[in-house]
Design a protein around this ligand. Structure first.
Ligand code: SF4
Length: 272
C-alpha cells in the first residue's frame, strides 16, 4: 500500500471521527440548554421543527419574556375544533385554553349546538359546574397564539405568523370537520377579510393550505357574554343553536339567506 493511500485513509478516518464528535457535542449542548431552561425558566433558541419542539419555542421574544408557560390545546379531538385567540392568565396557570367561567359558558353554548349533552335538570350549582367541566374535556380547544400576551397589548402579525405552523399542523393531523373560531383575533386567522359583526354564526368553507376543505364558523367569544351583557348572551345562544342546524345538514345556501334567517330568528339583534 503506498503512502498516499495511507494518508487518504487517515484523513477519512479523522473526518469521520470529527463529524461524530461534532454530532455528540451538538446533542449534549442541546440537552444541557434544555435542562437549563426547564430549571431556570431561561429561553433557549429553537427553530420550528413541529409540535415536538413546542415546549421550548422562542420564536416570539416579547411573548417568551412575559409568559410562564406555553398553553397547548386540550380536550378530545373530534368532529369540532374550537379555536380562541390566545390564553389568559387563568388558562396559563391551568395549562389549557378556555377554562373557568369562559369554559363553563362554552360548554353550555356547545350543548345548544348538540356538540355536548348536559344533564343539568334539578342539579345544584356546584354539580352543574362539574357537569360542564367534564363536558368541556370532550371539546377540542386550541389557540392561534399559544403564549399569553402581556397585559393590554395586541398580538402582532409577525407573532401570529410565527405560531401558525403549530395550529396548521394540529388541524392537518386531526382533521376536524367544523372549526369554530371565538372572537375577532381567531376569526381573522381564518377569514382575514371578514368582520365578526357581519359574519358571526355564518358557516362557510375554509381551505387548509394542504388543500383540505373544512367548515369555519366565527362566533363571539363566550367571555363577551359576561352576565351583565344579557343581549350579547342571547345573540350567542342563537348562533350556537344555528350551528346545530348546520351540523344537522340544514345550513343556509348563501350568506344572504343566512342573514335573512338570522333576522327572522332574532328580530331586534342590535348588538351585531
Ligand atoms: S406564540 Fe407560538 S410561536 Fe410565539 S413563542 Fe409562543 S409558542 Fe412560539
Amino acid at each position: 500500500m503506498n503512502r498516499s493511500v495511507i494518508n487518504m485513509g487517515a484523513t477519512l478516518a479523522g473526518g469521520i471521527a470529527f463529524s461524530a464528535l461534532y454530532v455528540v457535542n451538538q446533542v449534549f449542548s442541546a440537552a444541557i440548554a434544555m435542562r437549563k431552561s426547564i430549571l431556570t425558566g431561561a429561553h433557549v433558541r429553537c427553530e420550528f421543527a413541529g409540535i415536538a419542539n413546542l415546549f421550548n419555542c422562542t420564536r416570539c421574544p416579547r411573548l417568551c419574556d412575559s409568559r410562564r408557560a406555553i398553553v397547548t390545546g386540550a380536550g378530545k379531538f373530534g368532529v369540532v375544533m374550537v379555536v380562541t385567540g390566545s390564553p389568559n392568565y387563568k388558562d396559563e396557570a391551568a395549562g389549557e385554553p378556555l377554562i373557568g367561567w369562559t369554559g363553563q359558558r362554552l360548554a353550555y353554548l356547545a350543548s345548544l349546538a348538540g356538540i355536548v349533552t348536559l344533564d343539568e335538570a334539578g342539579k345544584s350549582a356546584p354539580e352543574i359546574r362539574l357537569i360542564r367541566d367534564e363536558a368541556l374535556q370532550s371539546i377540542r380547544r386550541e389557540s392561534v397564539i399559544m403564549c399569553r400576551l402581556p397585559r393590554n397589548t395586541k398580538v402582532t402579525p409577525k407573532e401570529t405568523a410565527n405560531c401558525a405552523p403549530y395550529l396548521l399542523d394540529t388541524i392537518a393531523t386531526h382533521l376536524p370537520q367544523v372549526i369554530i373560531s371565538l372572537g375577532t383575533p381567531a376569526m381573522k386567522w381564518f377569514a382575514p377579510a371578514d368582520t365578526l359583526a357581519s359574519s358571526h354564526g355564518w358557516p362557510h368553507r375554509w381551505e387548509h393550505p394542504n388543500g383540505t376543505m373544512m367548515i369555519h364558523v366565527a362566533m363571539h367569544h363566550p367571555y363577551a357574554a359576561y352576565p351583565s351583557y344579557i343581549e350579547r348572551a342571547k345573540v350567542m345562544e342563537i348562533d350556537w343553536w344555528y350551528l346545530g342546524e348546520t351540523l344537522a345538514g340544514r345550513a343556509p345556501k348563501s350568506h344572504a339567506e343566512f342573514l335573512k334567517r338570522r333576522m327572522e330568528t332574532h328580530a331586534g339583534d342590535r348588538w351585531g
